[in-house]
Write a protein that binds this ligand. Structure first.
Ligand code: FAD
Ligand code: SIN
Length: 523
């Protein structure tokens, strides 16, 4: 066991964690712990862009309205206001630090995505916007002397004393690191891996929500999972995202009979909000007894498509699909977690000393459904806000460090981990996916419950820790989905198609609530 004392610890090195670290470093020493290579994150794979009201035809107030509308009545207006008002400053600062967004002549080029009433999405290198943000922020952090990175260092749990967060337990290889800090910022991203179809990278196993839940922090809106309509559907290919910006540039959806269908579902057709497009695709798949539909770009200028979407073009070509000449088989996949660790407008969680930023947090910005390309912006704005306020946290003396005994993963457990992981992911996709009902949700809970003993152990190996966290996140999502008896935003109940009574209140979850099964008790 190694003891480390620092002023601040940030868990995660995507857009939110890096942006928070830059502010924290103005007031003390910062450790950034990342469970994988530093750049491995959803941020690195973000394609379409970052939404910001900077174009001549746009206004902060219109960006606000579009975000509120997409959130379907459950956004926290004050949080959205901060996002859209502070967004331009965070983007201009990023440009000053070297970010190169695509231009049309000398002016920034803005694209269109679903549910945006203006062209307001900045993009970089065509479809590699997240990679550009990650590049610039990583470079900025590397020049700040009092930030130290700990790659391949997995956060296990928080150190909590008298309801105050005083640091975190980390795992490096098989060694336990006990890090004490004045403030801890969780920026671990989402939980897409909990579903068998997802656009998210392997690191998104819901660790942050599980860690915060075990520590006794409040979570909110966990039932709201956004499913992206268009992930590649090809037998031997990964579930690669085909950006919504493709539809923004004129791409069409067709069923397996080659017929367009979005005109039958919504006046905004291909650019309706993601929940509507995803459910329309599911409905066409059922009607045509097929497991995919097509995304068609063949009518668009081939040279433009290659230039505008170079990463998508080359990735599909690797799987023998030339997107300029043939239609691409696609189907929806889990993409984004709207809920998470409940925070105030400064990223403070319900536990003193604990902050959260980015996809793992629930600032209230996204409500029941996130407006496309608002999450990179949220990472910048709320990473900055959380970092600035957390930097003012004074050092809390720790009386004694609670004993933290690691459970060695037995060979029997090791052999079963992949099997259970795959089962959890399938159960979540089939029972807690795009369309849910009481029966399917209860079936999910029954199946997940068989593996609850895994949530009660402190494993000493990454895949076992991730499985434990995935089970926790899966249960949190499913129990919240069961509790919300109505359909709002991305949460659709086939047995309660209307919004239902009390639809505009939020579902909060705490570990001591009756609605949760008895899991995670480790003492
Ligand atoms: P991430 O970028 O996911 O970073 C999380 C970090 O936490 C990683 O470094 C990870 O390794 C680390 N971590 C996780 N668990 C632990 C642990 N236990 N211990 C230590 N470290 C841990 N949004 C947009 O706004 N525009 C887009 O165009 C867009 N396109 C997208 C395309 C794809 C394919 C995907 C998957 C998402 C896209 N999104 C987009 C969503 C957006 O990318 C994410 O919501 C956002 O990048 C999340 O940033 P983050 O900093 O919160 O988390
Ligand atoms: C996309 O490019 O379609 C993803 C955008 C987002 O998730 O915000």
């Amino acid at each position: 066991m190694q003891m480390i004392d620092t002023d601040f610890i940030v868990i995660g090195s995507g857009v939110a964690g890096l942006r928070a670290a830059i502010e924290l470093a103005k007031k003390g020493n910062v450790l950034i712990a990342t469970k994988d290579a530093p750049k491995e994150s959803s941020t690195e794979y973000a394609q379409g862009g970052v939404a910001v009201a900077l174009s001549d035809e746009d206004e902060v107030g219109i960006h606000f309205e579009d975000t509120i509308k997409a959130g379907d009545g459950l956004c926290r207006e004050a949080a959205v206001k901060k996002l859209v008002e502070e967004g331009p400053e965070r983007i201009l600062e990023l440009i000053e630090w070297g970010a190169e967004f695509d231009k049309e002549g000398t002016k920034l080029d803005f694209t269109l995505e679903g549910a945006h009433s203006r062209r307001r999405v900045l993009h970089a290198h065509g479809d590699s916007t997240g990679r550009e943000l990650e590049r610039v922020l990583t470079a900025k952090v590397s020049h700040i002397k009092n930030i130290k990175s700990l790659p391949f260092c997995l956060a296990l749990d928080l150190i909590v004393e008298d309801n105050v967060c005083k640091g975190a337990y980390l795992l490096k290889g098989r060694e336990l690191l006990v890090v004490t800090s004045a403030a801890t910022v969780i920026a671990t991203g989402g939980a897409g891996q909990v579903f068998s179809r997802t656009t998210n990278p392997a690191v998104t196993t819901g660790d942050g929500v599980a860690i915060a839940y075990r520590a006794g922090a409040l979570l909110e809106d966990m039932e709201f999972i956004q499913f992206h309509p268009t992930a590649l559907y090809a037998p031997s290919a990964p579930q690669f995202l085909l950006s919504e910006a493709i539809r923004g540039e004129g791409g069409l959806l067709r069923n397996i009979h080659r017929d367009t269908f979005m005109q039958d579902y919504h006046p905004d057709r291909e650019l309706a909000s993601r929940d509507i497009v995803s459910r329309a695709i599911m409905s066409e798949m059922v009607k045509t007894e097929s497991n995919h539909v097509y995304l068609d770009m063949t009518h668009l200028d081939a040279a433009y498509i290659k230039k505008r979407f170079p990463r998508i073009y080359t990735t599909c070509l690797r799987y023998d699909i030339d997107i300029t000449k043939e239609m691409v088989p696609v189907s929806p996949a889990a993409h984004y977690m709207m809920g998470g660790i409940k925070t105030d407008l400064d990223g403070a969680a319900s536990l003193k000393g604990l902050f959260a930023a980015g996809e793992v947090s629930c600032t209230g910005v996204h409500g029941a459904n996130r407006l496309a390309s608002n999450s990179l912006l949220e990472g910048l704005v709320y990473g900055y806000r959380a970092g600035s306020v957390a930097a003012g946290t004074s050092n809390q003396q720790i009386k004694s460090i609670p004993d933290y005994r690691l459970d060695h993963v037995t060979s029997a457990e090791a052999g079963k981990i992949e099997e259970i992981r795959s089962l959890v992911r399938r159960v979540m996709w089939e029972k807690t996916g795009i369309i849910r009902c009481e029966k399917s949700l209860n079936e999910a809970i029954a199946k997940l419950s068989n593996y609850l003993p895994y949530t009660r152990k402190r494993f000493d190996e990454r895949s076992a820790v991730e499985l434990s966290n995935m089970l926790t996140a899966a249960m949190l999502i499913t129990c919240a989905a069961l509790k919300r008896k109505g359909s709002v935003g991305a949460h659709y109940r086939s047995d309660f198609k209307a919004q239902g009574e009390g639809w505009n209140s939020h579902i909060s979850i705490h570990r001591d609530m009756d609605m949760m099964p008895d899991m995670y008790r480790r003492e």
